[in-house]
Design a protein around this ligand. Sequence first.
Ligand code: BES
Ligand code: MN
Ligand code: ZN
Length: 497
Amino acid sequence: MAIALKFGFTPLARPRGVLIMFCEENLKFGPASQRTLSLVGDLVRRAAAADRFSGKSGSSLEIVAPAGLNLPRLVVVGIGKESGLKPQDLVKLGGIAMGKVPTAAATATIFAEFGSGGLKGDQVAELALGARLRAYTFDLYKTKRKEDEQRPDKIEVNFACSNPGAAEKAWSRGGAIADGVVLARDLVNEPANVLYPGEFARRVSGLGKLGLGVEVLDVAAMKKLGMGALLGVGQGSVHESKLVIMRWNGGKRGVDPIAFVGKGVCFDSGGISIKPAAGMEDMKGDMAGAACVVGLMRTLAVRKAKVNAIGAIGLVENMLDGKAQRPGDIVKTMSGQTIEVINTDAEGRLVLADVLHYVDKRFKPKFMINLATLTGAIIVALGQEYAGLFSNDDKLAERLTKVGDATGERVWRMPLGPEYDKMIDSKFADMKNTGGRWGGAITAAQLLQRFVNKTPWAHLDIAGTAMGSPQSDINKSWASGWGVRLLDRLVEDYYER
Ligand code: BES
Ligand code: MN
Ligand code: ZN
């Protein structure tokens, strides 16, 4: 029962449905807003005084059935000061505005105007992106609705702006980003009985129609390649492991691609080192890294990004079974290095060890960025506000930090270094898959690095940011789709030509 949301871009006149306007501090409205509000006399001023509303950032004023305007509702959203608003602030304001559309409303108009006048096309698209993300719900499995949750089947939102044509054009890009985030959220929210490796791979294959090349490697193919670490994780599941490779060739022919790698553990029970029962259901989201890579590749394809990009996701289910791998088992990775499995719950690094090596060797990418809900330790270190960033390349790390600040999907760099290596020394193999309680996110990253040669590489530990995050202005759902906006921006700002 997903709602159909239709966005339109219209001139700054004749609003329909719920009307949402922005104002700066001291009730400063733009000219078109003032013209429309002149129909209600001093209503807004009196309502604002009664509610002590002055236009502070994030505050709002709601007037039901405003006399003089033939509209069900007028909402004013405060933006504080217009100067200094960053793109990410506009996305947020779009989310706040959308949040003011009552669930029962079928039509709304958002006046895309601040104190100084109508917004530029790309600014309107930023508002629309926030609105789209805010409107996202995942209710595929709700067959009933409570009285107060009744929604119309279709919602039409019009962005009234000074240059509808420019806004529409900018939205062709913004919409591609929104759809990528929505896809990532959908995949993460899906339960693991529905979204197991085979089904995940099937859904990615469906993206072929957008011009993405999709290749699915099955267990036999991975055995041939010697991917003993990835295969060891999946061997206790009734669902066959898969490795999916996506390619987008939007750049110059023959130019080395950039590569994104995702952890796709469709369910992480912990395996024989089983997790405690409380909260284990969240581990259906342990494929959020893979979901982000898929959402990003979709965005790049739809907006026809001028870049050659590879997306690779290792899809497995980590289960308990007579065939499951045991603590103490030693697996051989495709790179030839061996790993002693001390704890079967440290499975993400085993999957990534093989996928990173494979991508590095086969595609010789300009850089590799992997995303993984890898460790609880990163949540202990950073909470849910920042993802952990580990990198062997200062330039790549700096760029990720910059686009993180620009999109609001922020990363915090963590250390790597040979001093940590002894923590993953094994008595029997080249290394072990856990490094003890201290610095757990770092020793995990340190292991990943052993499967990357000289290629510039970054690892984003998104265990804290991908799901279950505090609800924000642009997300009310469990899954956040974290990383799609960040990486799309990285590609646009630095790698498109
Ligand atoms: N998927 C988990 C990490 C995780 C925890 C993601 C919470 C999202 C929310 C990962 O596979 C895991 O179990 N890591 C262990 C590693 C430990 C056994 C060394 C952890 O963090 O406890
Ligand atoms: Mn685990
Ligand atoms: Zn896991």
